[in-house]
Write a protein of this length. Structure first.
Length: 357
């Protein structure tokens, strides 16, 4: 059954591809899992529109998309509870999508037909690599749309499950209270530096390290974010109080020097990667937050003290000692676009390859 289901998905993808195009038949590594507080109840909870689809594609994510054309179609009604069961079992999200929304838009290769539905689309780094459409299969080979065990086998034949999982504050607090050992990536969904780390470092690591068994947990602090207001703001006092709450929040989770003497950086910055045992942070790096002046790095997370404190970096000499480093004119001009990333990327890769195995 295992080989036949994968083979049928490949045949279907080939039948929908343009003449002469090769179809990628390899498995995709899903980027993210989601540690739900509650199970998904129905497929409508994870449905997205055209803008949502475009965002996933623009962010170059790897994901599975479930397409339909008519919510009352019996084939779709039979299939979507099976998909929900898989999502709840493996803590993943497969967004559902009405392909009628493709009319007049770029379809990204997704099947536009009004019949033959539902379908399962596999995207790698924002590119559709194959899709399986219900009625494009022989009537005797549609089990993945009709039987849970067949769907589970089919999906596990086509994907690698995520090794990066989003958790909420309650889950993080429980891990800390229970004194668990875990790797944590503290990020913010609307943070440009975090999105740069995702695209330029984490996605590649995710794609090539498919045998990794450990999990890295992601804590998105966007819901708690508050910027520092200007004194001329008519709501200054109220906004400043929220800003102080945000500073305290970052201190609570060891991002700042006030909350983490060994590894904290200023008032706390992201992207940050931590190795924790409960409330104890045993190692940490904060990247893409160095500051430069006319010709040198005037403030870097990677100074002599933090490097000496870090089990990861203490034996690396001055390879990652960026604090005070003199810049060439070209490096200064390209600092934000390429140089800082080229310096920090190896540190993130070292962290991942050392701690996430």
């Amino acid at each position: 059954m295992k080989k036949s289901l994968l083979f049928l998905s490949v045949l279907t993808a080939i039948s929908l591809a343009s003449c002469g195009n090769d179809v990628d038949t390899s498995k995709i590594a899903l980027d993210y899992g989601y540690d739900y507080k509650n199970d998904i109840v129905n497929i409508e909870e994870v449905e997205i529109g055209y803008t949502g689809l475009t965002n996933l594609i623009d962010k170059k994510e790897s994901f599975v998309l479930l397409i339909f054309h008519n919510r009352t179609c019996l084939c779709w009604e039979d299939f979507n509870p099976l998909a929900v069961q898989f999502m709840n079992k493996y803590n993943v999200v497969f967004h559902s999508f009405d392909n009628a929304l493709l009319e007049g838009e770029d379809n990204y290769g997704i099947y536009r037909g009004t019949a033959a539905m539902p379908g399962i689309c596999f995207f790698r780094r924002g590119q559709l690599i194959r899709q399986t459409i219900y009625q494009k299969l022989d009537i005797n080979n549609r089990k993945m749309f009709e039987d849970y065990d067949a769907l589970e086998q089919y999906l596990l034949d086509n994907i690698y499950l995520p090794k990066m999982t989003y958790i909420d504050k309650d889950t993080l607090d429980n891990k800390i209270a229970n004194n668990e050992d875990f790797a944590l990536y503290v990020a913010r969904s609307k943070c440009g530096d975090c999105n740069t780390v995702n695209k330029e470092v984490l996605y590649h690591w995710n794609d090539v390290n498919t045998t990794v068994n450990h999990m890295m947990y992601i804590f998105d602090i966007e819901p708690y974010y508050a910027g520092k207001p200007k004194e001329t703001d008519p709501e200054y006092e109220e906004k400043y109080a929220k800003y102080e709450e945000y500073l305290a929040f970052k201190t609570t989770y060891g991002l700042s020097e006030a909350g983490n003497e060994k590894f904290g950086y200023g008032t706390g910055y992201i992207p940050t990667f931590q190795i924790r045992k409960g409330s104890t942070i045993n190692d940490m790096i904060t990247v893409l937050n160095d500051s430069v002046d006319s010709n040198r790095v005037v403030s870097s997370y990677f100074n002599q003290t933090r490097i000496s404190n870090s089990p990861l970096l203490k034996n690396t000499g001055d390879v990652y000692l960026f604090d005070g480093k003199v810049l060439t004119e070209e490096q200064k001009q390209n600092w934000r676009t390429t140089v800082q990333l080229s310096w920090h990327r190896p540190v993130v890769e070292l962290f991942l390859n050392t701690y996430i195995k």
